[in-house]
Design a protein around this ligand. Structure first.
Ligand code: AMP
Ligand code: MN
Ligand code: MN
Ligand code: MN
Length: 274
């Protein structure tokens, strides 16, 4: 069975609609797919319907933006009931913040002589929110950078003109929303945070204390070594292991659907507990 428990649609910053994403995953041989749009669950109904027609199991999910000790951390909520009011209200606050932040990014870029980026980013966003990825696509299309990697490095990360320090959900609140919706919390792409080993382990420990269940051991953005390191952390903390491509569409620089490596030996897969 092929599991991919992390993917994005046009509802957040992916380039395929929820239905097209599900069809592409099924064609690529994925048996179980989680749709985990950023801070939004409005694509799940469409994905679920598409999954029924192509014989794929859809896991309803979300990727929640969290601020923790000066870092932005992404927490996946897997196998949840997306119609839970506590979850929806929490995500609504985050989307409000995103709407303000998008205008603020536009204002900051304007000061650097880049005009019309807010409107430009909106034109790339077909879903419920405007994120940095939409600004990135606009800036690349306008020739300000040659590709996504460069545009983030030059404009959209900490210390650069288009960066707004995030004020996202608190870790405890995010886990509360996920648990209220009956879901399991998993730390997304843990090797992507620029944290020391001891800080990452502090995060994992706090997450575990709050009832978090898993680490995304295999990620489309992890090297082989990083997968093994994260498998060790999961085992040390008694956490389950998840695997997700973090697919954002066919232009994705990381990995294609259906191509995820297996979990390292000894991992306890999160999907055995759905
Ligand atoms: P946001 O949540 O709006 O701040 O945007 C975060 C998103 O930007 C991530 O989920 C990725 O999709 C994308 N992203 C972040 N860093 C990079 C990068 N270096 N190259 C391409 N996409 C990136
Ligand atoms: Mn994204
Ligand atoms: Mn993420
Ligand atoms: Mn993601």
């Amino acid at each position: 069975m092929k599991h991919d428990l992390h993917s994005h649609s046009t509802v957040s910053d992916g380039t395929l609609s929820p239905a097209a994403l599900v069809r592409q995953a099924a064609d690529a041989g994925v048996d179980v797919l989680a749709l985990t749009d950023h801070d939004n669950v409005s694509g799940i109904a469409e994905a679920r319907e598409a999954a029924q027609t192509c014989g794929l199991t859809l896991v309803p999910g979300v990727e929640i933006s969290v601020s923790w000790n000066g870092h932005t951390v992404h927490v996946l909520g897997l196998n949840l009931d997306e119609n839970t009011p506590i979850l929806q209200q929490g995500l609504e606050q985050l989307c409000h913040y995103r709407a303000w932040r998008a205008r603020e990014i536009g204002r900051r870029l304007e000061k650097q002589g880049i005009s019309g980026s807010y409107e430009g980013a909106c034109a790339f966003a077909t879903g419920a929110l405007v994120g940095r990825t939409h600004f990135a696509r606009f800036l690349v299309a306008q020739g300000y950078a040659k590709d996504m990697r460069e545009v983030f490095r030059k404009f959209l990360v900490s210390g650069k003109p288009g960066h707004v320090p995030g004020e996202w959900a608190e870790l405890e609140a995010a886990l509360g929303w996920i648990h209220a919706a009956g879901g399991m919390a998993v730390i997304a792409h843990p090797a992507r945070y620029k944290m020391t080993r001891s800080k990452l382990r502090r995060l994992i420990g706090e997450f575990r204390e709050l009832g978090g269940r898993g680490l995304e051991v295999v990620s489309g953005s992890h090297s082989k070594d990083e997968c093994f390191t994260m498998a060790r952390h999961a085992a040390d903390f008694g956490l389950l292991a998840s695997a997700g491509s973090d697919y954002h569409g066919p232009e994705n620089p990381w990995i294609n659907l259906g191509q995820l490596p297996d979990l390292p030996h000894g991992c306890d897969p999160v999907w055995n507990y759905f």
